[in-house]
Design a binder for this molecule. Structure first.
Ligand code: CA
Length: 703
């Protein structure tokens, strides 16, 4: 029986090899992984999660299968790290060789053992010191980067910092915008070919001209900078691309900055050696103000392809020409190879705010398809020949007022989209809302943005309800980019649900605003598992493996813009400021860790106070509040959790204490800006407005 003997012999040999392997792995550490282009481009290796989108494709697809649709019932918390003092946690942790790196509130980076959560080091870039001067109160970050033994974090106040991944010590830092400029960074640095790229946000906080900058990953020396919109022609153009772009602007756009800020959506395509940048909306939103005679306003709301070595322009595709609704294209740019009409094509998948799902040929920048994934009343369709939207008359609020779907918060925002090459589907949280724009009273001749104040150049109600009455405001969608249609869809309550991750185990993972983490079958969207983590989730999950054991991990900490600006649709969950524990949670099959006890959803009660409101001050207070306070404390003082609910605040009723906090900067360490120049009169106006809001809420409360 030679066959059997061979079999037995090879079995013995295999056992010896396995034994040698286990001795090797327990006694001699495996050669450390060098995170470079090869590692970042390796789709097949599943143990690590090396970059924001896992690999260069940005697919957030993991080949790991230990946790799959059959075993998922055994998924349970394996370890938990409480993160006291943090607010919104929205970022993607990275995992390299059994170590997890993640960014906390105030851009603090921590490294932990990925099998236990035990802290290895923590790096604090001390943005608290800058917080008093920063008046766009967003201390959250969507992630960090990793390259050749270093972790990279970009800070709220515009620094890019390289940290030694072993020691947690700073290696270099670069200042990416002038301190004091009304810009901020919430994005993850993008790393490719030994360069680190970062942009910034700020289109709503003053005149802003967006750009991205690439730095040498080893030294921090600036390699190149690409401006997204043209500056003042009198100053000369930086390059031919800006000269070309300037032809699509009118009036004196440079006085308003123009915008286009790239705060998210960076993808490096190693096959085509091209960098893609998703660009932002106009500054201000209202085109009538920034470019009064019209024009496409390049490169707003576009995917711009650049030479990764020089930053030179290659091509662009503009999703919303001449945008006037905050329909930016900063959303994820995923790379895939798809058969289109029987031919293999290298494509980009992109679901921006404007409600159309784009499939673009990444070799040419030409449109393959763009179909609506939600109700779109600003445009009926995208012309396949020109790639341009067929706009609906009146949608640009030419007549002063217009109700439009989707909205400035987007049919899809920054919440991570994933793509599963096995199912051929892309997964993302979609929002189905409409907004009312009203630019009556906005005079293009006199309107100017005030630095660090919110200014859109148009008024209105930017979440005025579901785009179809009686239907859910959000859903988890699986989009089929070949069939150009939704493959499956799960309705969700509220808005701003977090992003997704998908695996070869035929699973899609997604957290929710209600505090649940859920898993669905990737092919059919059947919910197969859920766990309640006790606090609204805003961050996407990742998966990785150490010593053959697969984990799913995510940050739990309700946050992002709608935890500030959201009003009723975001405060409905009861994640009141400072009440619930923020956490990093890792789950595995048969995990035995207990989650910390969480208070139930909490709704701050408006304060009864001896305070007589002077109606004459209320209006001035409302205007000031809208410009300076709404972004964090919520419209009308109704907080959705990013900052205290000021209708419930005792401090608001006490003039001296109120002045100490707002003007004196006593709470900058917690992210409250210092308004050193605010006058007594303005403070009083704010007090009277907020007390009016409290009284109104008290009067509406059921007796
Ligand atoms: Ca915007």
């Amino acid at each position: 029986m030679p066959a059997m003997r061979t079999h037995r012999r090879s079995a013995v040999l295999l056992a010896v090899l396995c034994l040698a392997g286990s001795i090797l792995s327990s006694q001699t550490p495996a050669k450390p992984l060098v995170v470079n282009d090869a590692a970042l481009g390796n789709e097949a290796a599943g143990d690590n999660w090396l970059a924001f989108g896992r690999t260069y494709s940005e697919q957030r697809f993991s080949p790991l299968t230990q946790i799959n649709e059959s075993t998922i019932g055994r998924l349970s918390p394996e370890w938990v790290v409480e993160l006291s003092g943090d607010r919104g946690l929205v970022s993607t942790p990275l995992v390299v060789d059994g170590v997890m790196y993640f960014v906390r509130g105030m851009n603090v980076v921590r490294a932990v053992n990925a099998t236990t959560g035990a802290k290895l080091w923590e790096f604090d870039p001390e943005v608290r010191a800058a917080a008093g001067q920063m008046r766009a109160g967003w201390d959250h970050s969507r992630g960090i980067g990793f390259w050749n033994g270093k972790v990279y974090v970009a800070t709220w106040d515009g620094r890019l910092i390289a940290i030694d991944a072993r020691t947690g010590k700073e290696v270099w830092r670069a200042q990416t915008f002038e301190p004091g400029k009304p810009l901020y960074i919430t994005g993850a640095p993008k790393i490719f070919k030994g360069k680190v790229l970062i942009g910034n946000g700020g289109t709503e906080h003053g005149a802003s001209r967006g750009y991205v900058t690439a730095y040498d990953a080893e030294t921090g020396k600036q390699a190149w900078r690409f401006f997204i919109v043209p500056g003042n022609p009198a100053d000369g153009f930086e390059n031919e691309a800006m000269r070309m772009a300037a032809k699509t602007w009118t009036g004196q756009w440079w006085l308003h900055g123009g915008g286009g800020n790239a705060w998210h959506g960076f993808t490096y395509d190693a096959e085509l050696d091209t960098l893609y940048i998703g660009t932002g909306n106009g500054s201000p939103w209202n085109r009538k103000i920034r470019s009064p005679e019209g024009g496409d306003n390049l490169f707003l709301c576009s995917i711009v392809a650049l030479n990764p070595d020089t930053g030179a322009y290659k091509w662009h595709y503009q999703t919303t020409p001449g945008e006037t609704w905050d329909f930016n294209s900063n959303m994820d740019i995923i790379l895939a190879d798809l058969p289109i009409d029987g031919k293999p094509r290298k494509v980009i998948l992109h679901a921006p705010k404007n409600g159309f799902f784009y499939v673009i040929d990444r070799t040419t920048g030409k449109l393959i398809s763009a179909e609506p994934f939600t109700r779109t009343t600003w445009a009926t369709r995208i012309d396949p020949d020109t790639g341009r939207p067929i706009e609906v008359e009146g949608a640009r609020y030419e007549r002063g007022v217009a109700t439009v779907a989707p909205t400035p918060i987007g049919a899809h925002n920054w919440h991570a989209m994933s793509f599963n090459p096995k199912t051929g589907l892309a997964y993302y949280p979609a929002m189905h809302l409409q907004a009312t724009f009203n630019d009556k009273g906005f005079d293009p001749k006199t309107w100017r943005a005030t630095p660090f104040s919110i200014g859109y150049g148009v008024g209105g109600s930017f979440i005025s309800g579901p785009s179809k009455p009686g239907t859910p405001m959000s859903s988890l969608q699986a989009w089929d980019p070949i069939k150009k249609q939704i493959a499956w869809e799960v309705p969700m309550d509220g808005v701003f649900h977090p992003g997704t991750m998908t695996t070869a185990g035929n699973l899609v993972f997604q957290g929710r605003n209600d505090g649940s983490l859920r898993a669905y079958t990737a092919d059919a969207g059947k919910e197969v598992w859920r766990a309640n983590l006790g606090l609204g989730i805003s961050a996407p999950p990742v998966t990785y493996a150490v010593n053959g054991k697969q984990y799913v991990a995510l940050l739990v900490g309700w946050g992002g813009a709608m935890a500030g600006l959201g009003g009723p649709v975001s405060s409905m969950h009861g994640w009141a400021y400072g009440v619930h524990k923020r956490m990093l949670v890792a789950l595995a099959l048969d995990g035995k860790a207990a989650l910390p006890a969480q208070p139930p959803p909490t709704f701050p009660a408006p304060l009864q106070a001896e305070f007589t409101v002077d109606p004459k001050l209320v209006q001035a207070g409302a205007a000031l509040y809208g410009e300076r306070c709404t972004a964090c404390h919520g419209p009308g003082g109704q907080s959705a959790g990013m900052a205290p609910d000021l209708r419930a605040s005792f401090v608001v009723t006490q003039a001296e204490q109120f002045a100490r906090v707002v003007r004196g900067g006593t709470r900058t360490a917690r992210g409250m800006p210092m308004y050193a120049d605010i006058t007594d009169q303005e403070l009083a106006a704010l007090q009277h407005f907020l007390r009016r809001m409290a009284d109104t809420a008290l009067a509406q409360k059921p007796k």
